[in-house]
Design a protein around this ligand. Sequence first.
Ligand SMILES: Cc1cc2nc3c(=O)[nH]c(=O)nc-3n(C[C@H](O)[C@H](O)[C@H](O)COP(=O)(O)O)c2cc1C
Length: 329
Amino acid sequence: MPFETALTKALGIRVPVVQGGMQWVGYAEMASAVSNAGGLGILTSLTQPTPADLRKEIQKTRRMTSKPFGVNLTVLPTLSPPPYGEYAQVIIDEGIKIVETAGLVKDYVAKFKAAGCTVLHKCTTIRHSLSAVKMGVDFISIDGFECAGHVGEHDIPNFVLLNRAKEQLRKPNGDPVPYIASGGMANGSSLAAALSLGACGINMGTRFMATVEAPIHHNIKQSIVNATEDDTDLLMRRWTNTARFFRNTVTQAAAKVEKESTSGKFEEIADYVFLNGDPDYGVWTAGICIGLIHDIPTCDELLKRIETEARDAVMEQASLFKEDSKAKL
Ligand SMILES: Cc1cc2nc3c(=O)[nH]c(=O)nc-3n(C[C@H](O)[C@H](O)[C@H](O)COP(=O)(O)O)c2cc1C
């Protein structure tokens, strides 16, 4: 018997699990595999070199799945911004109805809503979540400090952040805003815990990198399996742009420069941080849930397992409550 939550109902998916946008991972192969397995797969716009390539990738994904999938648009401050507006227009013109947004996306959210899209927006704080609710997004994806990528500057993990979301996230009319637990989610216990904390589902990035269908090198997948929860480094805090990376020789060298630089110029570590992909020579982002990842299943195996584990955990919790217990009170 599947879970039915605000997320599964709004998106038309079976399992309340979203595969978050992932730069250099969120291609058609990844998104379609997750959607075919019953979750929500998401393409990452900026992984495509041009808006025209994004259009082709959306069309390719449609050939690979008939299930719902979404597209991520992440807008970050950068010296040479990509044509964000053109990427957003392709998403709308292609008839995409589920969009995941992150960063400075106010103008684009208005466009997506006008086009009838359901918008899932990533936030690492309650304050930003409340601003996003004012922008009109439909779901908040709460990214706890455990997450891969940009963790924000407040370092609040999900045990508190999700509880705070439950307390605070309200629409102007007082109705609760549905939210998704993101960051540190890797298995059925994560899903059961997230539901207990009031979330309507989970969003996973790192866990999906270690799947058969993830379009990345096998060595990266195996590095995740071999790692423990101690194997990430935070970089760029000095420039209030903190991101979490898989620990390797490059992140450790970059961390040393960040700590010891007397000039404090970002340029001094830029070359380290913006190398991509190779486990030995570049840096790549991963969350601390690497400590919970012990195999490389297909997306279908993974989502079935998460569904079963979460159901068992929820049932076990329910069995702890004895209605007419002769409890020694
Ligand atoms: C390799 C990688 C690349 C990512 N790139 C993006 C991105 O471009 N935009 C975005 O909103 N989130 C990005 N994320 C964050 C994920 O969508 C998700 O929020 C995060 O991975 C959740 O934490 P977890 O890794 O602990 O599951 C990325 C994550 C990973 C692992």
